[in-house]
Design a protein around this ligand. Structure first.
Ligand SMILES: Nc1ncnc2c1ncn2[C@@H]1O[C@H](COP(=O)(O)OP(=O)(O)OP(=O)(O)O)[C@@H](O)[C@H]1O
Ligand SMILES: [Mg+2]
Length: 362
């Protein structure tokens, strides 16, 4: 196990800065997921930890030892990539042994390590097969086996599941998580899939355009996003946002159509501010006729739940209904915003207006 300390790290490709001073403290044995949109710098950061990319400024330390100038092979880390290129002419066992043979580890030790990794990953019956004779998930496990036999202090994963189909991805997600529980090794895992991040991470780092937006446990990010970006990125279906002006006397939010939507109480000093009101789809519920008026635009049943796109005073919102309802497009619908579940973000900066729920008694 090892800690990884990233301090004010910057990266420029030529004159172009892509990482703008990032600080992340990763603890011993922690499973940290870096998440963010395409091009935000996730792989670059991971490659800098691995030593595959040099660091323009700042430091990266593994177990308090600055590794900025250490060769990748001297960092005691193992990386699993998205395209986990196995050697096609080698068997599973040979693929897993290869790095150890290069390192001149004796044959008995290699055999023992490969057997142990194969047992952990359920690869024992497949050791004599070639990669072409394996399924996608099995190949992915061999790629992880190659990393495990090296007994690294830190595992780095760069979107290891993105080549797999949806069902296999869910299964492998659980496998990697349980692998982490058994080995206890520090893991830094990159994905742009926020569900993967939510389900696997001890802590999530949300990156955007080379900057850290927020670091926290999955539920901290979900319940208390510090800004509009994190609020919109974490959660599926995504949080609804309604832009408008907060009215004096706490009457609500005046939206583009001129209507005022009651959003519940907010501090009096917020009156007059331009904001975005955020509410998650599961926090919009069906009311018995005495709620807010809306019109149904689209109904999307998923089986376990129904996503309903509604129009409220010209604003489009998605409601997630967990019980069966019979409604169709064009129907009138009465809804309520669940008490205390609203979020307010400044329209310009996108920052959360208050860290206590802005609409605590809604
Ligand atoms: N070798 C390079 N030379 C110049 N620019 C690069 C290089 N590698 C990456 N970049 C740029 O750096 C930025 C960050 O790239 P990076 O690969 O880290 O993104 P990412 O978050 O991993 O994205 P994705 O989710 O698409 O994999 C991007 O704007 C990319 O175009
Ligand atoms: Mg990437």
């Amino acid at each position: 196990m090892a800690s990884v300390t990233i301090s004010n790290v910057r990266k420029n490709y030529g004159a172009v800065p892509v990482i703008h001073g990032v600080d992340i403290d990763i603890h011993h044995g922690e499973f940290v997921v870096l998440v963010g949109p395409s091009g935000c710098g996730k792989s670059t950061l991971l490659r800098m930890i691995a030593g595959l990319e040099n660091i323009s400024d700042g430091t990266i330390a593994i177990d308090d030892k600055v590794v900025n100038h250490l060769e990748p092979k001297d960092r005691d880390i193992a990386m699993v990539f998205q395209n986990y290129a196995l050697y096609p002419q080698m068997t599973v066992a040979q693929n897993m042994s290869f790095a150890l043979e290069l390192a001149k580890v004796d044959k008995a030790t290699i055999r023992q390590k490969v057997d142990a990794a194969a047992a952990i990953l359920g690869l024992e019956p497949l050791l004599d097969r070639k990669p072409a004779q394996l399924s996608g998930g099995q190949r992915q496990r061999v790629a992880m086996g190659r990393a495990i036999v090296r007994n690294p202090k830190v595992f780095l994963f760069d979107e290891p599941l993105s080549n797999l189909d949806a069902k296999l991805r869910v299964a492998m997600r659980a496998e990697i998580k349980s692998l982490h529980q058994r080995l206890g090794t520090t893991i830094v895992y990159v994905t742009h899939d926020q569900i993967e991040a939510m389900t696997m991470a001890d802590r999530i780092v949300v990156l955007n355009a080379g900057r850290v937006e927020q670091i926290g446990t999955p539920l901290e990010l979900y319940d208390r996003p510090v800004n509009r970006f994190v609020a919109g990125f974490i959660g599926s279906p995504a949080m609804n946002f309604v832009a408008g002006t907060l009215q004096a006397g706490q009457a609500g939010l005046k939206v583009a159509s001129g209507a005022v939507i009651p959003i519940g109480p907010y501090p009096a000093e917020f009156a007059g501010r331009q904001v975005e009101f955020g509410i998650r789809p599961e926090h919009i519920q069906v009311a018995d006729g005495n709620g807010l008026e809306a019109r149904v635009e689209v109904v999307e049943p998923t089986g376990s739940e129904t996503h309903v796109v509604i129009d409220m005073a010209g604003e489009k919102l998605v409601a997630l209904i967990r019980h069966r309802i019979s409604i169709t497009a064009g129907d009138a619908m009465s809804v309520v915003f669940e008490e205390g579940q609203g979020h307010l973000f400044d329209a310009d900066s996108g920052q959360r207006l208050t860290h206590t729920s802005a609409t605590a008694a809604m």
